[in-house]
Design a protein around this ligand. Structure first.
Ligand code: NDP
Ligand code: 8X3
Length: 257
């Protein structure tokens, strides 16, 4: 490939932190062009500047809130022509809010999780997948969670949103079969990112406790899995990957020392 314009394009939601940022870095290192999205403009611009400094015209920052359907449609509908051939979409943007029994939970928290983790993922997928179908190739990678495989105490609505991602991934795989589009879920266990800080509304001490007593995954570990599933031969599709720390069996069993 002579021109950067010929390099494959990946779009990652929630690229301003954690798993999404690590995925962007992993693919950029491998020579892909990356569309980096999220709400925090300063972080998007800083990451794009850094990557474009290493390899000119290799990163495109697109600010969007996945909960806002019109904003998603507008932002992705207005991509420059040379960025429209998205080969891989990583639906990663997501969050948990709160950790309490359902009966003590807050409706605002439930709405934020459902709007981001499920409806936002649907909006972005709808904006990207028709192009893949028209081109006859593409790959959607949804970041689920062990929380979507097994519910855990006080996880209620977060677990429900991730179970929905699990079910939607299977359904999308069926709908896109004839179009030759790959669909994969990567469902991680405990990964030390900003996830728990967001869950506990910035309480860093509480967030740190989540990852104490065992060695959690890093965002880079998960990015390596996403890169692996996205770079297999065209006839090979991994449908579902559950990846946990060695000390974790599932949502409910972590060997903490
Ligand atoms: P982080 O909090 O580090 O990153 C979350 C990312 O999502 C940020 O880039 C944030 O960007 C983005 N985001 C959140 N809300 C929105 C929104 N409304 N619109 C656009 N972007 C949004 O957490 P992680 O990296 O850990 O989380 C990434 C994904 O991985 C999530 O879906 C999470 O559920 C999942 N996951 C995490 C695990 C963990 O243990 N950490 C385990 C299993 C799954 P910004 O705020 O700039 O918009
Ligand atoms: C994030 C993992 O166990 O904190 O999805 O819900 S967990």
């Amino acid at each position: 490939m002579d021109s950067i314009k010929e390099h494959p394009v990946i779009l990652v939601t929630g690229a301003t932190s954690g798993i999404g940022e690590a995925v962007v870095r992993r693919f950029a290192e491998a020579g892909w062009r990356v569309i980096i999205t999220g709400r925090r403009r300063d972080r998007l611009d800083a990451l794009a500047r850094e990557l474009n400094g290493l390899n000119a015209a290799s990163a495109l920052p697109v600010r969007m809130d996945v909960r806002q359907r019109a904003e998603v449609e507008q932002a992705l509908g207005a991509l420059p022509a040379e960025w429209r051939g998205i080969g891989v979409l990583v639906n990663n943007a997501g969050l948990a809010r709160g950790l309490e029994p359902f009966q003590e939970g807050l409706a605002d928290d439930w709405e934020e999780m459902v709007d981001t983790n499920l409806k936002g993922l649907l909006y972005v997928t709808k904006a990207v997948v028709p192009g893949m179908v028209a081109r006859g190739s593409g790959h959607v990678v949804n970041i689920g969670s062990t929380a979507g495989k097994d519910a855990y105490p006080k996880g209620n609505v977060y677990c429900a949103t991730k179970a929905a991602v699990d079910a939607f991934t299977k359904a999308l795989r069926i709908d896109l079969l004839a179009a030759g589009i790959k669909v994969t879920q990567v469902a991680p266990g405990a990964v030390e990112t900003e996830f728990s800080q967001v869950r506990f509304h910035g309480d860093e001490a509480k967030a740190r406790q989540v990852y104490q007593g065992f060695r959690p995954l890093t965002a880079k570990d998960v990015a390596g899995v996403v890169h692996y599933v996205a770079t297999l031969p065209p006839h090979v599709c991994i449908n579902d990957v559950v990846v946990t720390p060695t000390a974790q069996a599932n949502s409910n069993f972590i060997d903490k020392q």
